[in-house]
Design a protein around this ligand. Sequence first.
Ligand code: SAH
Length: 414
Amino acid sequence: MMKTDNRKTKVMVDKEKRTPVGQGREKTIVKNRSGICPVADKCGGCSWINQPYAEQLKKKEKQLRELLAPFCKIEGVIPMEHPEHYRNKVHAVFGENRYHDAISGIYEQKSHRIVPVDSCLIENAKADEIIVSIRGLLKSFHIRPYNEDTGYGLLRHVLIRTGHVTGQIMVVLVLASPILPSKNNFVKALLKLHPEITTVVINVNNRNTSMVLGDKEHVIYGKGYIEDELCGKRFRISPQSFYQVNPVQTEILYGKALEYAGLTGKETVVDAYCGTGTIGMIASDKADKVIGVELNADAVRDARNNAKANQIRNIQFYQNDAGKFLVEMAGQGAKVDVVLMDPPRSGSTEEFMSSVVRIGPERIVYVSCNPETLVRDLKYFKKKGYRVAKGVGVDMFPFTEHCEAVTLLTRQKK
Ligand code: SAH
């Protein structure tokens, strides 16, 4: 899955945008997605925007089939029924044009120039609307977008996270300094336009960095997090926690991961790289116990709260590097039946995988957002006595070249 979340993923579709041209300004009518997206080249998010969805699927399936050919046959790539506006997390960078009007959109690829964008084919449409509304409010509240060159101004980015099932919406205002003038009135005005917003958080990022979020946060409205539901369980999502960006396909992905795990209720399961604990919690009903490990402290805090809120008692979370943690487990002679692993795009590490091999679970379910690192890691497991029994793709990122895959590895009898 996509874990690089400051990716540029915006594509202008059907709204009008104002572009400064020469002395005056001209209105540019942007073509819809049946034409060429005017910012697609600059954005780079939807590299496959001009390919029919059926073609995209065929290509993804072919690629995955070829990559996994040395290991197993794949079941295919599971499509998304309505492959648009799926991203539940939307980011916009703020700045000013040469007339000092506030603009919001994306960074042009490999640059810090801002390309104005109002709506995008793959983003949650409500989130896009909220960003446009925020931009519209700035002038009357005397809030200036931050200027990276001069260091003047306040608002750097807006991040919106939405709960697909719950409808909850979080607005994160990323500021260059902690004080938002007339913040209560600002929130009031924003809520008047979008009463569906459930929480507003200020995040302070005063560093000269390409990271969107800084470390300091304060909640100015609501609970400071949103909740969403996946596979019948409720999950809390903080501004910084990893959460799958395509909730519809995530249920399908997790369903496949569980099917491959083949749990009967007796197993000890490790959920490695567990984020907010989603996969492990969904597995917990069918396992004896689940151990989750995750590096990000916010995600682990969310995971623990999630377990409590869902009254799951047979799961425990550890904040640690997955590799280090597994080395410890192997050293203590831990017994594990199934390892679920879902590493970032860079894949897993030899430290992690060699410890898994030492522990020797019957089955390993490897969920991957990067088939290339998946193949590298499968080679390792194959050398060490595991067989890749089956695999399947899940289209989590329509209109992009990215493909998610789940594979099942089984330990070969000695
Ligand atoms: N399984 C979760 C999260 C997958 S994303 C889900 O489906 O939502 C990958 C996760 O790996 C992220 O939460 C990231 O913080 C975590 N991570 C990255 N490197 C790690 C490491 N070395 N050890 C443990 N977790 C790590």
